[in-house]
Design a protein around this ligand. Sequence first.
Ligand SMILES: O=C(O)c1ccccc1NCC(=O)[C@H](O)[C@H](O)COP(=O)(O)O
Length: 229
Amino acid sequence: MVKICGVESGRDVDLLRDCGADLVGVWCGVADGPRDLSVDRAAALVARVGAASPIPVLVTTLTDERRLRNVVDRTGARWVQLHGWQPPALVRRLKAEPGLVVVKVLHVGEGGCPEQRIIPAYERAGTDLFLLDALAAGRVGSTGTMVGAAAALAVVDRCTRPFLLAGGISPTNRAACEAVVSHPLYHGVDVDGAARDRRGRLDAERVAQLISAWRSSAAGPDADNPADD
Ligand SMILES: O=C(O)c1ccccc1NCC(=O)[C@H](O)[C@H](O)COP(=O)(O)O
């Protein structure tokens, strides 16, 4: 699976669909996010993506359940990526809603993964899919920094749920991630920066290169629907 993050317009959605992306990240409630959208705008883009393929994924750092539910309900997104420091209890409460797929980000930095000890709690709460992303100098999200293979494996070896890999993924660095890509729970990648041109706009050629470089390595029999595992 290849997920491209941070659509801002109908043009972006159409570009990702035409390129064949599997998942499209729509930001709403991302603190200080450069591509954060109003709820109405996010809802319009979720609707434009549609329900089949690609799948829209609401990306958020919100931790307040009431606000989060409001965004989920109003956007109509059925996949939610919790990119902040949301606790397992919030995952559990979201998973009470039938059909909602929850992706929980696990942050990985030089000091390891702050959530490592509570991975089993995230799994018991119903997390469908993890997403490993870089924690770089305290910064979270779109850092352009790769997660080292050893650090990533130390985290995913504690998981029993599938995971996506993020952080500085580009069309040319798949080989450096071979050990992670070969892991049985590996499910695909999530990309922001390398999918954009110099002006920060999603670029069809770059997206196509990313998909061609990474899709062949994504998979597992359940790649189409981790929620059904
Ligand atoms: O991009 C941000 O500023 C951001 C802030 C807070 C939460 C998430 C954010 N980005 C979300 C993503 O999922 C990115 O796709 C992911 O971090 C990979 O980015 P990159 O290293 O640029 O490929």
